[in-house]
Write a protein that binds this ligand. Structure first.
Ligand code: SAH
Length: 240
């Protein structure tokens, strides 16, 4: 049997309630996914765990979801935050999707001196994160901040634990070893143009920051983010 469709909904979930999803969501369920009366889907809202619901078509693009029993209790999902310099559209969307699959709790765009993209469509990025959370079985959606400057971000960081900064100069310690030795932390990946010498100096001078290498080749920023998160998952592991 194929895996149950999972949908994120933005309302409290409990046994016996009925939800009337937006026409677009009903269209997706009824027409795209060919769900019929009585078919089962799984719902989650980031707070109340996962619930079984039955689909009831009520019109051409209208439907009702009748919430039955709870399938999973809400559980904390302890992922790192990922800070990244905004990328061009396709790469940006890939970064959001893969980072969500790999378990980030928070995504924060930071503008660096060599950032070329300064604007982000936060709603679009959030809908990509929601889709990735639905597909990957997460019970939470990562939060996404408005873009801010690197300096502003660093100024707010005090007391927030370690920050592993992916440095394309590859003079830093290998990330896997650093994670094994120093434990959990957040991640910062730079823009396609890399960090400027002043930025690197500022980053290197802080004791809450570890400059790390992701191997012998220069990676695209979204690849660097995926590698960093895969190493985090491999070394500090999310439980199965
Ligand atoms: N234009 C730069 C490369 C930037 S790569 C140059 O030619 O040197 C984009 C970002 O990915 C970097 O800022 C860094 O955060 C990360 N990155 C890429 N390859 C990396 C590596 N081997 N080790 C650590 N970080 C890397």
């Amino acid at each position: 049997m194929s895996q149950k469709i999972r949908l994120y909904v933005d309302i409290p979930l409990s046994a016996g309630i009925a939800i009337e999803p937006a026409p677009a969501q009903c269209h997706y369920l009824l027409t795209v996914m060919r769900q019929a009366s009585g078919d089962q889907v799984a719902l989650f809202n980031g707070e109340d765990g996962e619930w079984l619901a039955r689909v009831e078509p009520t019109g051409r693009r209208r439907c009702r979801l009748e919430v039955a029993e709870q399938l999973r209790l809400q559980a904390a999902e302890h992922g790192p935050a990922l800070m990244f310099a905004p990328l061009k559209r396709t790469r940006q969307e890939m970064l959001i999707e893969k980072a969500t699959e790999l378990g980030v709790a928070h995504l924060e765009p930071v503008l660096t001196q060599r950032s070329v993209v300064e604007r982000l469509n936060r709603d679009r990025l959030r809908s990509i994160a929601i889709e990735a959370a639905e597909q990957s079985g997460r019970l939470t959606i990562p939060t996404i901040s408005m873009p801010g400057s690197l300096d502003g971000y660093l100024g707010r960081r005090d007391g927030n634990g370690l920050l592993y900064v992916a440095d394309e100069q590859r003079t830093g310690v290998p990330l896997a070893g650093a994670l094994a030795e120093r434990g959990a932390g957040d991640f910062l990946v730079g823009p396609e143009g890399g960090f400027t010498p002043e930025e690197r100096e500022e980053l290197a001078g802080r004791d809450d920051i570890v400059l790390v290498s992701l191997g012998p080749r220069v990676l695209r920023a979204e690849t660097a983010a995926m590698v960093a998160l895969a190493l985090w998952q491999g070394v500090l592991g999310s439980p199965p």
